[in-house]
Design a protein around this ligand. Sequence first.
Ligand SMILES: [Zn+2]
Ligand SMILES: [Zn+2]
Length: 451
Amino acid sequence: MNSSTSAELAELRALALRTIDGATRDLIAAAKTAYSTPETGFNEHKTAAFVQERLQSLGFVVETGIARTGMKAVLRGANPGPTVAVIAELDALRVPTHPDADPDTGATHACGHHAQIGSMLGVATALSQPEFKDALSGNIAFIITPAEEFIEIQERLTLKESGELEFLSGKQEMIRLGTFDDVDMAMMVHTSAGNGDAGLSIGGTSNAHVSHQVRYLGRSAHAGGAPDQGVNALQAAMFANSAINAQRETFRESDVVRVHGIISNGGSSVNAVPGEVLYEGRVRAKSVEAIEPIAERVIRCYRAGALAMGGSVEVQSVAGYHALRQDLTMQRLFAANAELILGRDSISVLPSDQTHGGSTDMGDLSTIMPVIHPYANSASGVGHGHDYLIEDYDRAVVAPAKVMAATVLELLSNDAQLARETLVKHKPSLTAKKYVAVQRARFTTELYESK
Ligand SMILES: [Zn+2]
Ligand SMILES: [Zn+2]
């Protein structure tokens, strides 16, 4: 049994950092390659093939096609111990007005996930060197996840109907498929814009959410010749939207409620009364439990639209994300490594209840195991906006690679004492099996007919 001393750990850490420094240009180039092929969730075929090839060139056996485009490659230490996952997200989102958007699909990396490919490869490049094997008690799982952006719901529901998916995000589906069954804890670093001067931040939480596919059915008729014969589904949806807006004064600030939606089908012909309309709604709040009463009110508003116009409405609730809970032991370790490697002011630690209102499926993973989800403050513009650009690739790719590599090394060296300590202290809120049951129960459909 090899158990590393702190002198050995420092030597190995220095080797990992030197390796990442030496690979800087290559890692940034990998992130930029991912940037140049933006693909939305569950369709990241080119990006996945590129990442697979890069992992294989490092000597990894890569399991592919998990939840369509997801992958997993495991680096085994010489000694038994826990498994730490290092995660990278594959997907882009659609912002057609972004200057780098794919002209055909409108897809672009306006959330910076491409940088995660670079930082994950940095950790894999450094720690897959033979010098590390004996020091590691446990394994490192590199998990490449599809579809973090919870979009294109209708398309994903079609995949669900055909049995290709059950849950609509990458990590949700990978939990269901058992990809995380042999994983004990997980980390990733996401990019961000404008979070102060520190290059990294950690801590805080995120919102849970639920998605609504709201289909209004009215009756189409000639908009000029026979409007009295029609039932206007678009007016029903707009009425519902107004009713939702009227609810806003009832939201408690402490619940961090966000309610928003789009009309993705507002009718077919301008000269016909719209007979069918699809409104896609989303309700976010600080927890799945906090969402429930708000979602109930929002659904009442959907019904109100149908009641007012005399049509019907089908509301399909789609299980969204859980709130992110970051593990404090891992968080402290990551922050200490950031300070050691990048300097005292390199990281800011946020209170665990601080939230930006958005959501991530790392929240779902955090219900079943300890995770951290730090941010690399490296972009300009607004997240998901037409102007979101990674400005500083050293901050976005290289710094996260170094801090993650050092953190994983510290967790798994010295007989994995720190990893074991993390697991002893952490009480997960759900088992994977219970998580799957909870998510299944959150899929519901109701039909409301006004007469
Ligand atoms: Zn995003
Ligand atoms: Zn993101």
